[in-house]
Design a protein around this ligand. Structure first.
Ligand code: SF4
Ligand code: SF4
Length: 466
């Protein structure tokens, strides 16, 4: 017997839907088998709440008077990336503060915003004719922002390597404090509650899936960066509205010696369409395996000392090299259950409908490391500038032209032309050398006749402004 998402949504609307938390589903599938479990249960809710370093927010500050094209931006002295036009910036969770060091960073600014605290914005600019302002310092709150969109490139790992340290000194890592000589094991992930562990072939979780994100509704926008399905380490790229989120499910943290990170609550509702969906959603901690990697070896290829399942990791101790080593999670299982319970409540109240993915996540592919290669000038990426025309007229390179049309209104002599389908061409023989077209072409397809002083000035304007 199988169901469709529409049929499940109809049950949600009628208030007759049967929803279980993922860890409750484990026992149901074990007791009834997947066929009967699929008949009994419509939706399984998952949840995870862990350190998700690859997180951040897009912020839109609004235009000032006079306007500014912010070139560099700091919020509470934490730099945000501003190379996206005038008044937008992306604040990454792990970016540390200039003045407070690694104890405070982008994650803390995000939590401060969420808690309604005022945040100091500083921005500098090079100043342009259309954006003459060069500097601004002000305070703002989340309510002042036009947009605050959480956009996390890589969250919700399907599973995560546990960490141990064979070396002689304590290591301070993003996996927390690792005591020397196998003193402890640190692990991450929510085990049986983890969203992708309950849908390992990405049948229900895909692009466009509506999810719980930070206490509000969010969406999966694609596979996360470093999505590595062939090794069982799938990830999600997610997005949601920070303004509607809750500080109960978005919390800043800082690991000594490593720096800031953001704890984010994510939950996905898995539709139990058939016995296959029930079987995968019935996964238990003992079925989900990961490796214990030795962070005492300073290499990206850290040796994996043994395979281990989440039941063992959660038990409090695992055997490594013939001895019992204590284990502790970095993720909160209590908060993960709260995520899954909240999502369950939303569905039972008819407030959250399920969605089918508009696109499946890739089920093939692995992550490649960054290999160092020799630096060659031809790899620098710059396009050689167009050479001046020997006859003193405009030089035009049709192979560079993107047919934007920006040059069309500038030449009084009709050098630049278009046909009815907006195909652009130039007739350099009509050029009289007035240079009105200088600087008009955004891709360097036009080189007006040289005049040394003006050329110098034009070059100065292309220098890096900060
Ligand atoms: S230099 Fe003057 S005449 Fe020549 S193409 Fe440019 S705008 Fe036209
Ligand atoms: S401005 Fe440059 S890219 Fe745009 S149509 Fe003219 S030559 Fe082509």
């Amino acid at each position: 017997m199988s169901k469709t998402i529409s049929q499940i949504n109809a049950k949600i609307a009628r208030g007759t839907v049967r929803v279980l938390r993922a860890d409750e589903m484990t026992a149901i599938v074990r007791d009834l088998g997947p066929e009967r479990a699929a008949a009994e249960v419509d939706v399984v809710t998952t949840g995870t709440f862990g350190a998700m370093c690859s997180s951040g927010v897009w912020l839109n500050f609004g235009h000032t008077e006079p306007p500014i094209k912010m070139g560099r931006v700091w919020l509470n002295d934490v730099e945000a990336y501003a190379g996206v036009a005038a008044v937008d910036a992306y604040l990454g969770a792990t970016q540390p503060s200039r003045s407070r060091g690694i104890a405070y960073g982008g994650a803390h600014v995000i939590e401060d915003l969420l808690r309604g605290r005022p945040v100091t914005l500083r921005a500098v600019a090079c100043g342009t004719d259309c954006y003459p302002r060069k500097r601004i310092v002000t305070t703002l709150t989340l309510g002042d922002l036009n947009a605050a969109v959480m956009s996390n490139p890589r969250n919700g790992y399907q599973r995560y390597m546990a960490a141990v340290n064979s070396g002689p000194r304590t290591l301070q890592t993003y996996m927390g404090k690792l005591l020397p000589r196998f003193g402890n094991v640190s692990f991450s992930g929510a085990g049986a509650l983890s969203p992708l562990s309950n849908d390992p072939s990405y049948r229900s979780i895909g692009v466009g899936t509506r999810i719980f994100l930070g206490g509000d509704v969010g969406y999966v926008t694609g596979p996360g960066t470093q999505h590595s399905p062939q090794t069982g380490f799938g990830t999600l790229m997610v997005q949601g509205d920070l303004k509607r989120m809750s500080a109960d499910f978005v919390r800043a943290a800082a690991f000594p010696g490593y720096g800031p990170t953001l704890y984010v609550g994510i939950g996905v509702a898995i539709p139990i369409l058939d016995a296959a969906a029930a079987r995968t959603a019935g996964v238990g901690d003992e079925d989900i395996f990961t490796g214990i990697a030795d962070y005492g070896v300073p290499s990206r290829e850290r040796p994996v000392l043994r395979r281990v399942n989440y039941a063992e990791l959660k038990s409090g101790a695992v055997a490594i090299a013939g001895r019992e080593v204590r284990t502790a999670p970095l993720s909160s299982f209590a908060a993960a259950r709260r995520v899954a319970d909240t999502l369950k409540r939303w569905i039972e109240r008819g407030e959250f409908l399920l969605t089918a993915p508009v696109e499946r996540l890739p089920s093939r592919g692995t992550v490649r490391p960054l290999d160092r290669r020799p630096i060659r000038p031809e790899d620098a990426g710059s396009v050689p500038s167009l050479q001046p025309s020997p006859d003193g007229r405009v030089a035009w390179d049709g192979t560079r032209c993107i047919e934007c049309g920006a040059c069309l209104s500038l030449c009084p002599n009709g050098v630049f032309r278009r046909n009815r389908s907006w195909k652009i061409r130039a007739v350099p023989s009509l050029c009289v050398g007035c240079r009105l077209c200088a600087g008009a072409c955004p891709v360097g397809a036009i080189r007006p006749p040289d005049r040394s002083g003006r050329e110098e000035a034009a070059r100065d304007k292309t220098a890096h402004p900060y």
